[in-house]
Design a protein around this ligand. Structure first.
Ligand code: GLN
Length: 275
C-alpha cells in the first residue's frame, strides 16, 4: 500500500488533520498536489520517512517540528526544536505594536526572538522601523537569520546575548517588545500539548514564571527613549502581577490586553510617567 490515495484513506482513522501535511512534506509538495495526484506511488524511502513522522506525531511531537515549518502572521517560518513554535496568540503583540501612535522611522528592540517571528512580522509591516532582535541561543539566531533572509527583512539586526546584555550600551529604543519564557517551573502544562519537545529555556522562568519578565520590565526604562513603549506577553493568570511590575518600574498608561481566547496575554506601558 503506497499510493497517495491509499495512504490518505488509511490515515483517515489514524490522524486525519496531520497525515496529509506530513505526506505532502515527505513528497516536497503542498496539500493540493496530493488531491491532484492520488495515484502517485511513494518509493520505499519516502514511505519509511512518512511512517516514521506519523509515529513521532502519534507520540506527541509537534507537527511544526516534524515539517520544520510554522505559519505566523502572514509568514511561513522555519522552526526547529532550538526555537519555541510561534503561537497564534503572540500575533496580539504584533497587532498592539502596529496600533501604537509612534513616530515613523524608529528604533525597535525585540528581546528573545527565537525563530524571529515577531521581529520579521514587524520588519515587513514597517519597513521604516530599524529593528534589533536578540536571543541568548546561537542555534535560535541561526534559524532567525534564515527566516529573515527568506523574507528579505533587511531592516532587522540579530544579535546574541542574554536580554539587555546583548545590546550596544549607547542606543535607546522607542519600542521594546518581548515574548519571554513565563511558565512556572514544574507547571503540569509543561507535560502537555507538545511542550516537552520545546526548548525549556524558552518556556520556563522560575517558580512564579516571572523571573525573566522582572528583568525585562525592571531594566526597560534604562533602554527606552522618552515616551517609549514596552509590550510583553505573559501567562493568562499573570496580568495583575505584570502590571504591578510595570508600576514599580515607573511606567504610565499601563494596561493588559486579551488574546482571541479572551485571556490576559499582553501588558503594555509607556515611560516615563506623564502628568
Ligand atoms: N504560550 C506558551 C504556552 O502556552 C508559553 C510561551 C512562553 O513561555 N513565552 O505554553
Amino acid at each position: 500500500m503506497s499510493t497517495v490515495a491509499e495512504l490518505l484513506s488509511e490515515a483517515r482513522q489514524l490522524s486525519p488533520e496531520d497525515a496529509p501535511l506530513l505526506l505532502a512534506h515527505v513528497l516536497g509538495k503542498d496539500r493540493s498536489w496530493l488531491f491532484a495526484w492520488p495515484e502517485h506511488r511513494l518509493d520505499d524511502a519516502q514511505l519509511k520517512h512518512y511512517r516514521q513522522l506519523l509515529e513521532r506525531r502519534r507520540q506527541g511531537e509537534p507537527l511544526a517540528y516534524l515539517t520544520g515549518e510554522k505559519a505566523f502572521w502572514s509568514l511561513d517560518l522555519e522552526v526547529s526544536p532550538a526555537v519555541l513554535i510561534p503561537r497564534p496568540e503572540t500575533e496580539l503583540l504584533v497587532e498592539l505594536a502596529l496600533d501604537l501612535d509612534l513616530p515613523e522611522a524608529i528604533q525597535v528592540l525585540e528581546l528573545g526572538t527565537g525563530s524571529g517571528a515577531i521581529a520579521i512580522a514587524l520588519a515587513k509591516e514597517r519597513p521604516d522601523w530599524k529593528i534589533t532582535a536578540t536571543d541568548a541561543s546561537a542555534a535560535a539566531l541561526d534559524i532567525a537569520r534564515r527566516n529573515a533572509a527568506r523574507h528579505q527583512a533587511s531592516n532587522l539586526d540579530l544579535i546574541q546575548g542574554h536580554w539587555y546584555q546583548a545590546l550596544p550600551d549607547d542606543r535607546n529604543y522607542q519600542l521594546i517588545l518581548s515574548n519571554p519564557p513565563y511558565v512556572r517551573t514544574g507547571d503540569p502544562h509543561l507535560l502537555q500539548d507538545g511542550l516537552p519537545w520545546e526548548p525549556p529555556q524558552a518556556l520556563t522562568a522560575g517558580s512564579d514564571g516571572l523571573a525573566d519578565l522582572r528583568i525585562i520590565i525592571g531594566e526597560a526604562p534604562a533602554h527606552l527613549l522618552p515616551d517609549g513603549w514596552l509590550l510583553v506577553e505573559h501567562g493568562y493568570d499573570q496580568g495583575k502581577a505584570v502590571r504591578d511590575l510595570f508600576d514599580s518600574a515607573g511606567f504610565s498608561r499601563v494596561a493588559t490586553r486579551q488574546d482571541l481566547g479572551g485571556q490576559d496575554r499582553v501588558t503594555l506601558g509607556c515611560y516615563p510617567p506623564r502628568p
